[in-house]
Ligand binder design. Structure first.
Ligand SMILES: Nc1ncnc2c1ncn2[C@@H]1O[C@H](COP(=O)(O)OP(=O)(O)OP(=O)(O)O)[C@@H](O)[C@H]1O
Ligand SMILES: [Mg+2]
Length: 242
């Protein structure tokens, strides 16, 4: 409990993992402080999703540490992160299509820490994503792609997370809908919610983010404040795969 750096919410140190014996993350170091929005940027295959999966205990860490307020998550079962206050919005949505919008949202409130606050959290989510409100009784399958993205973010927020992790929330959305999703994220941020945001949409992500890490082939190659990262030629190189 005491070994973590004071003031950090999530602290990843020297994280290594991979698939079938092939290492994909080569010693990742990353920190998120309370209330911060932190971006992880990088090209296809850089290892962004693998990093989020490791943090969420969906992918075993081979070595290194993942600590949430000093509590070690490495080796914990997959339900542990949600119980401790992490919520994950996976790449490619994943609403439960045959359940109603309300049922999808209620499912997000399963961690014991969230159940007592279900009604308050539901109101908060509907205020953040007004298009969901008139659709509560409809099957989630009826929603547009953008509304489904709002629903999965809403479902993650129903767990009352200390930190929400989002994997490419703009993927497959029109610029207009991406704008809606990002303005909701900006509202969330200003309410004090800590956010860890994985994106290929660099300009949207950096408008929102306080800081960013740029990943290239399983390594962090640049990190720092928005301006510094934007000015670093390695950001462009990471995307061009040079
Ligand atoms: N289940 C898996 N089995 C084997 N290799 C995998 C698996 N998932 C990912 N990889 C490999 O690990 C590396 C990192 O993939 P990952 O999905 O983490 O990248 P990413 O940055 O999220 O990419 P994208 O932007 O395409 O989502 C890639 O080389 C990928 O091929
Ligand atoms: Mg990915």
């Amino acid at each position: 409990m005491e070994t973590h750096t004071a003031g950090t919410l999530l602290e990843v140190t020297e994280l290594r993992t991979g698939y079938l014996g092939v290492e994909v993350l080569h010693g990742i170091e990353l920190v998120v402080r309370p209330g911060e929005t932190v971006c992880v940027l990088g090209a296809n295959g850089a290892g962004k999703t693998t990093l989020l999966h490791a943090i969420m205990c969906r992918q075993p860490a081979w070595s290194g540490n993942i600590r949430l307020r000093g509590v070690e998550l490495g080796g914990a079962p997959p339900f542990a992160p949600a119980h401790l206050g992490l919520s994950y919005v996976p790449e490619g949505r994943g609403v439960l299509a045959s359940l109603t919008v309300r049922e999808n949202l209620e499912l997000g409130a399963y961690p014991p820490r969230a159940r007592a606050r279900l009604n308050d959290n539901l109101e908060r989510v509907l205020a953040l994503f007004p298009p969901l409100k008139p659709r509560l009784g409809e099957p989630a399958a009826n929603l547009s792609g953008g509304q489904q993205q709002m629903l999965v973010i809403g479902r993650a927020l129903m767990a009352a997370p200390e930190l929400i992790l989002l994997d490419e929330p703009s993927l497959g959305l029109s610029p207009a809908v991406t704008g809606q999703v990002y303005s909701a994220l900006a509202q969330l941020k200003s309410s004090g919610q800590a956010i860890l945001l994985v994106e290929q949409n660099v300009s949207m992500a950096l408008k929102l983010g306080d800081r960013a890490y740029v990943m290239e082939q399983g390594r962090i190659v640049v990190s720092g404040g928005r301006e510094r990262v934007l000015a670093d030629p390695r950001l462009r190189n990471a995307y061009l795969g040079l």
